[in-house]
Design a binder for this molecule. Structure first.
Ligand SMILES: Nc1ncnc2c1ncn2[C@@H]1O[C@H](COP(=O)(O)OP(=O)(O)OP(=O)(O)O)[C@@H](O)[C@H]1O
Length: 286
């Protein structure tokens, strides 16, 4: 194999100022890690990793080929291809780009609304952590764009500010409202003791679950709600979204999901993403 172009290529790279190369690599790494972090857990994450891999490999191979065979026209075509990829990426990542722009628009993070919202999220997280430790069974539904009035009617209307104490009191075994689910909308607890639809026994995984977890899957199968479940048996915290159940959710992931759900950033993608996801499936993650 003729290694000459490869050696030539690396020799050429070695002529660059190392400090500039380090700064450039650092900046590229920073941008990539920010984008991957931002997309983490969304359907755009894999797509971005794939596109990034293809572009890096394509650029390296092309530089080698152009150096070896002097195929400038191919390089010219590759530049056209990159522009086309950029247009396709803008279309493919449209929901993520919109979310990024919204979050930049909300960079006035200290706005009262934003502060309230993050206080609510911290209250929910604190309650969930305590209930997980004390093995108090809980199911908290975050209502988004799709109204859940027909289910809310089965429970008790509350309309109260979200506090960890109130959530823990509601789910405390023995209190009249501890059974069934709490529904939250925005920054308010709107109802407790709400009976949710159980997921249909379409898949083996669902059949193996108890009714609390089946209810969480059930309500998210037919709506854009997000549900946090604390298992009474194990204390494990799970999240249900879009008919999927994610087990053993870490605090940081819970914060991220709650923040998406309560601020409503991703909600309008629901119908679109459901179409893409096809049939519901249950995920179990360690
Ligand atoms: N349709 C429903 N909607 C809301 N909550 C429900 C529903 N059905 C059951 N639950 C809640 O789930 C509790 C029973 O949970 P069960 O043990 O059957 O399920 P599980 O998924 O195994 O939960 P855990 O891990 O907490 O035991 C009930 O006491 C009730 O509070």
């Amino acid at each position: 194999m003729d290694l000459e172009p490869l050696i030539y290529y690396f020799n050429r790279v070695l002529t660059y100022d190392p400090l500039v190369v380090i700064v450039e690599l650092f900046l590229v790494g920073l941008v990539v890690s920010w984008v991957v972090n931002f997309l983490e857990g969304t359907r755009g994450e894999r797509l971005f990793r794939g596109v990034f891999f293809v572009l890096i490999t394509g650029s390296l191979v092309l530089n080698l080929v152009v150096d070896r065979f002097g195929l400038e026209r191919i390089q010219f075509m590759y530049k056209g291809f990159l522009i086309a990829m950029l247009i396709v990426a803008v279309a493919a990542f449209q929901p993520e780009i919109r979310r990024a722009l919204i979050s930049i628009g909300q960079a006035k993070l200290l706005s009262p609304n934003r502060r309230h919202m993050s206080l609510c999220i911290e209250e929910i997280i604190s309650a969930v952590k305590d209930m997980s430790k004390s093995r108090t069974g809980a199911i908290i539904v975050i209502e988004r764009q799709v109204g859940l009035a027909e289910f809310v009617e089965t429970g008790e209307r509350i309309d109260a500010r979200i506090t960890a104490g109130l959530l823990k009191t509601i789910f405390y075994e023995g209190t009249p409202l501890h059974d069934m689910a709490v529904v939250i909308h925005g920054e308010r607890i709107i109802a407790a003791s709400v009976q949710l639809p159980l997921a249909e026994s379409g898949s083996i995984d669902v059949l193996q679950l108890g009714s609390r977890h089946r209810a969480a899957i059930g309500i998210t199968t037919g709506s854009d709600a997000m549900v946090v479940v604390v298992s009474e048996e194990t204390g494990i915290v799970s999240i249900a979204e879009d008919g999927n159940l994610i087990r053993n959710v870490k605090e940081s992931a819970l914060r991220k999901r709650l923040s998406n759900a309560i601020s409503g950033d991703e909600s309008s993608d629901w119908f679109w993403s459901r179409k893409k996801n096809g049939k519901d499936k249950n995920k179990k993650e360690a």
